[in-house]
Design a protein around this ligand. Sequence first.
Ligand code: APR
Length: 314
Amino acid sequence: MLKVAVVGAGQVGSTTAMRLAEQGVADVALLDIDGKLARGKALDISQALHLTDSRAKISGGSDYGLAAGSDVAVITAGFPRRPGMSRSDLLEKNAAVVKEVVLALQREAPDCVLIVVTNPLDEMSYLAWRITGWERHRVMGMAGLLDGSRLAHFAAGELGVAPGRVMPMVLGSHGDTMLPLSRLSHVDGVPLSELIAMERLRELEDRTRDGGAEIVALLEQGSAYYAPSACIARMVRAILDDEGYQVAASVYLQDEYGLRDVFLGVPVILGREGWREVVELELLPEEREGLAACARVIKERMDELDGWLEGSHS
Ligand code: APR
């Protein structure tokens, strides 16, 4: 049986573990610094499985030995945003968590594909990749699929179609410089920009960009987890099934879209080795500039993290 390690048994991690176990995607090891929490959640999830066809086994605790030999590892450990807190405020707080988790996973699951979920997303994905020193195709951040799902939800409501009929395209960072591209988002091959008036589309794009913050403000405690966990589970399945599924994900670019040495959300094809390739879309000059602007912001924060990492070694 295939195995997935999910680190962080909070809202995002536990719902991810539940979806993976119930879908029978793989055995699941749920890890948390709070071992009792992880054990309790794993036990609770296990006891629902006799109502499904799943034969997955799920274990929980704080011992990374549980993650030994995992095929995919998902990092959701860290602190969620509080109302009014930007993703960047989280940078140093979550960097320390991600570093500790990555070092442990590298020891126990040296061949895994790594999906980073902890925010700030692009920056934490970079940090994880830099610490591992792994080949870039094995590390990615989950964001574009979630941002796209939000755009699909809003557009489907506007058009009165099922959300699954909308093929969204959201590039850039999982943050203020996110780039929802209605021109490249389709319903049955017809671009959203031909189906919805431009002014209304801009409103839907803005709501997509602020989609996480809208939920943070409503929940008052913690951030979104149902849609994020659904997106993570979908990506894990695509990787384990070697599906060739296209999603937007945050990956390390080496000249794709004319950008170099930066983690950014772009469409990639998922397969057993992680992401196989970046899909290079024809962008308009202003869209290309939007992506480049986004890259400049992320790169600054990556430099900040490099400084933090050097300091954390001493
Ligand atoms: N090692 C392992 N687990 C840790 C560590 C650590 N060093 N530090 C914190 N954790 C665990 C916490 O004990 C907690 O159970 O991470 C879990 C985080 O869970 P929540 O607080 O419920 O946060 P959640 O809503 O799941 O979000 C997690 O995903 O979407 C992002 O912005 C979100 O960065 C946040 C992450």
